[in-house]
Design a protein around this ligand. Structure first.
Ligand SMILES: Nc1ncnc2c1ncn2[C@@H]1O[C@H](COP(=O)(O)OP(=O)(O)O)[C@@H](O)[C@H]1O
Ligand SMILES: [Mg+2]
Length: 496
């Protein structure tokens, strides 16, 4: 069996999804760096993973390993000093890394939603909860605006992307100047900028013309859309108006007139009333008691757990396909944490969502994950089903994480992971975990390990899987736990 383990050539790309699994989101060879005063920090260094439809993929690793940066890239909310060095993020046939920032609103918060660790930071402290939930729906509920945006989208994306190429060249010059780089480097960057400018000038002119044309066509489309609705409702209104003007059944006819008017407006956009009705339903769905009363309260009147439920409610208003949860329970105490995790699991089932769940706590992962990606120093070092990672872990870093989960049953002492992660300003040459690992071999300090495929679902990047490596067993605390867990699982199966 061991002989079948094969190394995968760089760059690591994950294999085909298993039979019956559909890929929703596909991250390939993603690398992100940050410009800082002390140089470039390589925060994400070649990350690849797939998210399957209806699953929860947990991304786990110590703080600073690049989990949030990876997911901020998916959401298009990277800070200004971040740069996408390579890679792609495919979602519904579009590469999200190629979409300019303002195009993201279409996907961000509609198809892909995100909730963060600290619910307070995503809520407005001086706005009533109800308004915060309905506001998103109303903003997202202008059907004319959607029609217009959808119609010009393709041209707009192309224009912005071409424009971005120019900005990248400009930024490079600015960055080199600011960081007082050698003159020749600055000159080279300037020359590159001039080249780009010349190359892009005619392209951008074409883009602008195409965009103008698309905007014109979109305006016509919106006009037609509106007048079609207008005409239809005029017809519906005519008999009511006629009756109304006879003054025979005034209050009833007037009520009919008003409600028909409302129907007309709601075809153009989501109305406040409709938004409120939906907000109350979603508040109920996420387990907020007495939603009618809560609707008119401010964030400070809610407990931490309830606030996180509100943030989840806001994310749900757009009915997302993918929900990214970035340490959503880290700030909460244990019982509340368990309730929120349960809620996320329940919502996933009920709404058929796919979830990326980010955490530094492998203990949380056990109750959530279908699959797990273990991240260390900007890389995925182990990737597999929850069973692969919990019952057959292969990377010494995964072993270390497993040893540091508190075990309620045995009350044994935790093994804190010694040392600290490497500085990403000077990325490690070999296996980034080597300096902290008892299992490190000479090669670990010299060369980066390739990704090894252990089974069709299970991958790990450690030289221990090379056939020349001496056989290494996980630490005793891990093997004991695996044995215990297996026994428990068997026991549970018997009782079923
Ligand atoms: N705005 C920023 N500027 C510079 N470096 C950053 C910035 N944001 C994140 N980083 C760096 O990127 C690395 C990964 O961060 P992050 O993805 O937030 O880690 P985590 O796994 O804890 O979510 C860290 O080393 C962090 O210092
Ligand atoms: Mg984070």
């Amino acid at each position: 069996m061991e002989n079948e383990i094969k190394a995968i050539d760089y760059p690591f790309t994950v294999g085909e999804p298993p039979e019956g699994k559909e890929v929703v989101l596909s991250v390939r060879n993603l690398a992100i760096s940050f410009r800082t005063d002390r140089g470039r920090g390589r925060a994400v260094r070649g990350v690849s993973f797939d998210l399957y439809k209806g699953e929860t993929l947990c991304i786990v690793g110590e703080s600073g390993s690049g989990k949030s940066v990876t997911n901020k890239t998916i959401m298009g909310i990277l800070p200004k000093n971040a740069h996408i060095d390579s890679g792609s993020i495919l979602y519904q046939g579009e590469d999200l890394t190629k979409i300019a920032e303002d195009e993201f609103h279409r996907i961000r918060g509609t198809k892909i939603g995100m909730i963060f660790q600290d619910p307070l930071s995503s809520l407005n402290p001086i706005m009533k909860i109800g308004k915060q939930i309905t506001e998103v729906m109303i903003i997202n509920g202008d059907h004319c605006r959607h029609l217009y945006e959808d119609s010009i989208n393709e041209q707009l994306i192309k224009y912005k992307n071409d424009l971005r190429l120019l900005d990248i060249a400009k930024d490079e010059v600015k960055f080199l100047k600011r960081s007082k780089a050698p003159k020749d480097k600055i000159e080279a960057a300037k020359a590159h900028l001039a080249e780009e400018r010349a190359r892009l000038q005619p392209i951008l002119a074409e883009d602008r013309a195409a965009l103008r044309k698309a905007k014109g066509e979109a305006r016509v489309k919106v006009k037609e859309f509106k007048s079609e609705i207008k005409a239809r409702h005029k017809e519906l209104r005519a008999p009511i108006l006629k009756r109304l003007l006879t003054f025979k059944n005034l209050s009833q006819d007037y009520a009919d007139f008003i409600s028909e008017r409302r129907r007309y407006v709601s075809e153009l956009r989501v109305t406040r009333k409709e938004a409120k009705r939906r907000a109350l339903a979603i508040m109920k769905e996420v387990g907020i008691p007495q939603p009618e009363r809560r609707y008119n309260q401010y964030p400070f009147e809610f407990s931490g757990g309830m606030r996180q439920r509100i943030v989840i409610a806001i994310a749900l208003t757009a009915d997302p396909d993918v929900l990214i949860c970035d340490e959503p329970t880290t700030a909460l105490d244990v019982t509340i944490q368990a309730q929120i995790l349960e809620l996320i699991n329940r919502l996933k089932e009920a709404r058929h969502m796919s979830i990326i769940f980010i955490t530094h706590d492998l203990g949380v992962v056990a109750n959530m994950a279908d699959r797990v990606a273990v991240m260390y120093a900007g890389k995925i070092v182990e990737y597999g089903t929850a069973e692969d990672v919990f019952y057959d872990p292969r990377h010494p870093y995964t072993w270390a994480l497993l040893s540091s989960i508190p075990d309620v049953d045995s009350k044994e002492k935790l093994e804190a992971i010694p040392g600290t992660p490497p500085s990403l300003l000077f990325p490690p040459k070999g296996d980034g975990f080597a300096p902290r690992s008892k299992y490190a071999m000479a090669v670990d300090f010299k060369a980066e390990p390739p990704m090894y495929q252990i089974t069709p679902t299970h991958y790990a990047a450690t030289w221990l899987l090379d056939k020349r490596a001496p056989k290494a067993e996980p630490p005793k605390i891990v093997t004991t736990r695996i044995a215990n867990n297996l026994a428990k699982a068997k026991e549970a199966e018997k009782h079923e």
